[in-house]
Design a protein around this ligand. Sequence first.
Ligand code: B12
Length: 274
Amino acid sequence: MTLDWESRENTDFVYRRYNVIVEGPAIKPEDDKDVKKNMPPKEPFRELALAVIHGDSDRAREATKTALASTPPLDVIEKGLSKGMDAVSALYAKGAYFLPDVMLSADAMMVGMNMADAKLGKAREKKGTVVSFVAEGDPHDIGKNLVVMFLRSNGYEVVDLGRDVPNADVVSAVKKAKPVMLTGTALMTTTMTNFHHVSDMLKKEGISLPIFGCGGGAVKRDFVESYDMGVYGVKAFHATKLADAAVAGKTWKDMRKEYPKIVGEFVGEYADRL
Ligand code: B12
């Protein structure tokens, strides 16, 4: 029998033949209640978030192009693209999205981020050097890429070591670049412990940095404050304020105490240190 796939009658036949129970029309990811709660209501942010949620790089390119015509690049990232990635995280956590979905969304996010990065432009005079890396064994580099992007666009020379960086390579890079700041990102509980090792290895070499800023989904403030030089970084754009503070002579001990003041906003994670 020849089937006309557009015809309801025939699809019913196919469903019956293969014992498929049809519960209703396919649910769109943006209709999920946890996604709905945090979706930006207004354009151009909604379309940016949707492009990331659907893992559609072409749509992300178009949406970012449109958004950048009227919106600051920082808002395009923080209020649009990042909201999409938050939704993807929620869908992944509840098992509605699988790794391939997440990878497509990460690619779409990077397309938009690179365009926003180009628009941010690079400040001409360099304020100092920063070394950035993702912890050994960890492939999650979206947050680190944001940190690098913000630092570069705010006048810092960044030695970007990439992801899954062996601890020894971090120490070598620090010895070579003599940075004003080291940033580390870890998204996995199995990889974040490398921050502790890096701190110990630096100390063994007699190296004391103004700040070793550590962030990433897996990391919490009390963990970062359990080793020397560690300052817990909450938002990627805070990295520039922390680097500015280091250039101005603040130490990691000062930064732990004065974090909200230094980044210039209320930060829930530091609510006890206003
Ligand atoms: C995207 C993603 C992936 C992508 C990564 C793509 C990429 N290029 O990064 C892919 C699909 C590759 C991936 C793979 C895996 N993933 Co994954 N992934 C995620 C997901 C959904 C989102 C992570 C993300 O990018 N968030 C957005 C970014 C922007 O956030 P962020 O890095 O934390 O950065 C923010 C802040 O922390 C801050 N920040 C970060 N660093 C710094 C530094 C400084 C100085 C400052 C100031 C701020 C700062 O700035 C950002 C905000 O502005 C999370 C789920 C979740 N809820 O987080 C899981 C998650 C991280 N993955 C997880 C796992 C387990 C894996 C796999 C091991 C799965 C598997 N079974 O194979 C593999 C890794 C395999 C391997 N090789 O080891 C787990 C980790 C669990 C844990 N706690 O250990 C999570 C939490 C999912 C879960 N709930 O189980 N993953």
